[in-house]
Design a protein around this ligand. Structure first.
Ligand SMILES: Cc1cc2nc3c(=O)[nH]c(=O)nc-3n(C[C@H](O)[C@H](O)[C@H](O)COP(=O)(O)OP(=O)(O)OC[C@H]3O[C@@H](n4cnc5c(N)ncnc54)[C@H](O)[C@@H]3O)c2cc1C
Length: 388
């Protein structure tokens, strides 16, 4: 077991840090305040390979291990969790398309997605189906050589600004549950696709979130990803990696907040001394760093389980997502507190990091659902699994 990063891994992280400082840090506050989707910056990230980090080489992806992808995402999220989180969702959807897409779909979209010229959304949630994702109602009927799609999706990240929708829809009957769901690659501008208003959100303001409705949308049958009935499995496999990515965005944001707090404690004086001189605050900083390192290590452990194809990888991804997004939020909140009133105003990045990180506890499976997944593995069935 080697906890040290290799030279290549350090190089990835360095490149990502330089990119983040040059392309994201100077603008992140403005993108948040004005709700600007930084399409050009994402395209530049694509030029470095960041839009297809773990996507298969067959579609021009770097096919890196998930652990290596976390090193990149962590550096980007340290300055702009919102834009980074969108890039992670694009990576997830692109990986799904490249892994299960048929040749025609992969040759049309693959390299354009991995290069960041085109962008992808992941469309699972519906207005009536969030945590209970297997209950989705959007339908895809095979009519001749086409699927005809009807229904609606809610809370779709990037919607209205992306080019391909990786869509989960029901091909089985209403009672078919998870086994009646299939996945599709749907060009985002087809007739019958309508986008709702841009949601006004607490954070994640540099990326749009919208509802999407599908009214007799027709796609060629070869836009099916994998086989009919495999869509829920494909969606969950996407989310295993997605959860590591979102957890990483929290770790990165917390790292950014911690660095600000460390510096501020040296600069800010009260009672004739720098804040750094108060032992209560030193202890706070020590606890923040300890929690952050624990979260990062758990994320890397889950990523390495996924890379190794371990049978308990999904459980570890759920644990990492639950722990790192909770710990990350707490670290950012403590960093904000250490800034006193200045932490609460927009001149400093703490309140933005906090608002952006809050949703990580909610999406890609809420942290309650992460506990459901972990508990089920420990307690359900004939052979409950030990967690070691
Ligand atoms: C900004 C944003 C971006 C998003 N982006 C995407 C996207 O790109 N694609 C996509 O498909 N979805 C996306 N989502 C949707 C997100 O994944 C869902 O919001 C999330 O899964 C929760 O579903 P819900 O909002 O319907 O809450 P509900 O499922 O209604 O849950 C409400 C509450 O009940 C709890 N709960 C529900 N069931 C249980 C249970 N069995 N046991 C214990 N507690 C339970 C939940 O944890 C939660 O606290 C996004 C959401 C947001 C806010």
């Amino acid at each position: 077991m080697d906890f040290e990063l290799s030279e290549d891994q350090r190089a990835f992280a360095d490149t990502a840090r330089q990119f983040a400082q040059a392309e994201l840090a100077p603008h992140a506050a403005e993108w948040d305040a004005q709700a600007i989707f930084p399409r050009d910056a994402i395209a530049k990230a694509g030029e470095l390979g960041f839009c297809g980090l773990y996507a298969p080489e067959r579609i021009g992806g770097l096919q890196l291990p998930r652990l290596d992808a976390t090193l990149v995402f962590e550096e980007l999220a340290a300055v702009d969790p919102s834009t980074t989180a969108f890039i992670t969702i694009h990576n997830m959807a692109t990986w799904m398309l490249g892994t299960w897409g048929q040749d025609g779909v992969c040759s049309t979209w693959g390299e354009r997605l991995t290069s960041g010229q085109k962008l992808a959304s992941y469309c699972l949630t519906e207005p009536g189906s969030g945590s209970d994702a297997a209950s989705i109602k959007t339908r895809a009927e095979l009519v001749g050589s086409e699927y005809v799609i009807n229904g609606s999706k809610a809370f779709i990240s990037g919607a209205g600004s992306t080019d391909v929708l990786v869509l989960m829809a029901r091909t089985g009957d209403a009672q078919s549950g998870a086994g009646g769901i299939s996945a599709f690659a749907v060009p985002a501008n087809l007739p019958g696709i309508h986008y709702g208003k841009k949601e006004e959100k607490m954070g994640w303001n540099s990326q749009p979130t919208r509802q999407i409705s599908f009214d007799n949308v027709r796609i060629p049958a070869d836009h099916l990803l994998g086989r009919e009935g495999e869509g829920f499995k494909i969606a969950m496999k996407g989310l295993d990696g997605g959860r590591i990515n979102i957890a990483t965005c929290s770790v990165g944001a917390a790292q950014g907040a911690l660095a600000h707090a460390q510096q501020y404690m040296q600069e800010r004086k009260q009672f004739g001394k720098p804040l750094a001189a108060f032992q209560a605050l030193q202890f706070k900083l020590a606890d923040m760093a300890t929690e952050l390192v624990a979260a990062r290590q758990m994320v890397r452990l889950a990523a390495s389980k996924l890379d190794a194809g371990a049978p308990d990888a999904s459980t570890y991804c759920a644990m990492a997502k639950r722990f790192a997004t909770d710990a990350g939020f707490d670290v950012i909140n403590d960093a904000l507190q250490l800034h006193g009133g200045y932490g609460y105003i927009r001149e400093y990045p703490l309140e933005r990091l906090l608002r952006d990180a809050r949703v990580h506890q909610i999406l890609e499976g809420t942290n309650e659902i992460m506990r459901v997944i972990i508990g089920r593995r420990m307690l359900d069935g004939d052979a409950p699994q030990a967690i070691r």
